[in-house]
Design a protein around this ligand. Sequence first.
Ligand code: DC
Length: 224
Amino acid sequence: MADHLVVVIDGPAGAGKSTVAKMAAKRLGFAFMDTGAMYRALTVKALRAKLNLEDEQALIKLAEVTHIDLVNEAGKPLKVTLDGEDVSETIRSTDVTNNTFYIARTPGVRHVMLEWQRRMGREQSMVGDGRDLGTVVFPDAAYKFYLDADFDIRCQRRIDELKAKGQPVDEQALKADLAERDHKDFTRKAGPLKKADDAIIIDSTSMSIDEVVDLIVRRVQSKA
Ligand code: DC
């Protein structure tokens, strides 16, 4: 329905997109669509099935018979389900993080994801975060933002996040991983990370999360 508003936030890993999208969605009363979580959930299934992750046809077939849901319930964190199972925690493991690029680079899988994401966008107003939402999935989105931050700041935020959770951090390895993920995101042929021409760039290097959320919410409310 045309009266559903779609707000998209694309940008590189570690820029704070998910946190910002989640908070903006809450303030606007919209659903939150974490598209990275969908790629991650399919990765969980592929890893469990011990599929050859280089086998694109096998990955596409898997996507076609998989049901991934993003469950938005008032006052609760987003629940990610894979064929009905809650995988919200499982999808954040390092193993999943490091293998999701196989899933994300496969055009046929991206096509299946695109259909799921567009359907969600038709059903409700939402704030989505990802890589190709403004360019490929929702080229007509009402509001497009591209959230960026300096590489070192993105690394530092990830380090702080892990430390806050009490997890051990190998800072050098984390930096190398993030550089690698940037490279893969920017250079893959299907759905690369790219700023849409009409997206508003937000450089969050010296902004707090609240400032970024305020900027997005005010922009949407001023024109809604
Ligand atoms: O945002 P994230 O770190 O949860 O994303 C996980 C992976 O999924 C990452 O490798 C990039 C990929 N991704 C994508 O290709 N397209 C999207 N719209 C969202 C995520």
